[in-house]
Design a protein around this ligand. Structure first.
Ligand code: PRP
Ligand code: ZN
Length: 229
């Protein structure tokens, strides 16, 4: 390993993944050095630098080689992997935190008994790629209405009859008089790398990091389909 070689890891700056990501690194014994930047910090006792970014940016940063690794939700990874030339990720570890599901929900007063009730309805979502694949799989022709946030407001605004969004505690759905009717995807945090090979010096660091995560009680399960660790 060359003395100054370091790995870079992209982590969510704020939101559902941040706390679990930082907890995981600290419980592996990594000492994160306080930094005046809220976007970057280094690890004192291990050759790792951490970039704190928006979770939606993590797949691209990793794919383009701007970061060696990322901790991201399967929801974001799957949504972006559906785009052309993005089948480019290796999931190294399923990390077990930030568990949530991407679900279709509708106003609670609707008597939903059959998936065909969604046919020709409008479904608002910020996950159009995952939703499109799902609707194809269940063979229900619904119209996807892309919206980038506050998806739960769409039925109230008569933008759509249903929504497809993340559900964790279910509080946001309840607050908006919506109910979950179909689970599209189960999601948790994963550690990802681009499919392209890392130089040998960085591979050595990655193997050490994966051992730390594996040895850690709260750490992730190795991905059996992965060639590393
Ligand atoms: C998600 C999602 C829901 C909410 C669900 O938003 O969009 O609005 O969490 O969580 P709950 O079931 O516990 O209420 P998040 O805060 O993750 O922001 P993002 O979707 O913009 O990343
Ligand atoms: Zn997000």
């Amino acid at each position: 390993m060359s003395a100054n070689e370091r790995l870079t890891l992209a982590v969510q700056r704020k939101g559902r993944l941040n706390e679990g990501s930082i907890d995981l690194l600290q419980s592996c014994g990594l000492k994160l050095k306080p930094s005046k930047s809220t976007l970057f910090c280094t690890v004192d006792n291990f050759p790792l630098d951490i970039l704190l970014v928006r979770d939606d940016d993590i797949p691209v940063l990793v794919k383009d080689g701007l970061c060696d690794l990322g901790i991201v939700g399967e929801n974001v990874l799957n949504e972006q992997s559906n785009q052309p030339n993005q089948a480019a990720f290796n999931i190294l570890r399923f990390l077990g935190f930030a568990q949530c599901r991407l679900s279709i929900a509708c106003p609670k007063e609707i008597n939903f008994t059959n998936i065909n009730q969604l046919a020709n309805s409008r479904i608002a979502t910020s996950y159009p790629n995952i939703l499109k694949n799902y609707l194809n799989t269940i063979n229900v022709p619904a119209k996807i209405v892309p919206i980038s946030g506050s998806v739960e407001i769409a039925p109230r605004l008569k933008m759509s009859e249903a929504i497809c969004d993340l559900v964790s505690t279910g509080r946001t759905l309840a607050e908006n008089d919506l109910k979950e009717i179909l689970i599209v995807l189960q999601s948790q945090a994963v550690l990802v790398q681009a499919k392209r090979k890392l130089p040998p010096s960085k591979m050595t660091i990655l193997e050490m990091l994966l051992n730390k995560i594996q040895d850690n009680a709260k750490g992730g399960m190795p991905n059996e389909n992965c060639l590393l660790g």
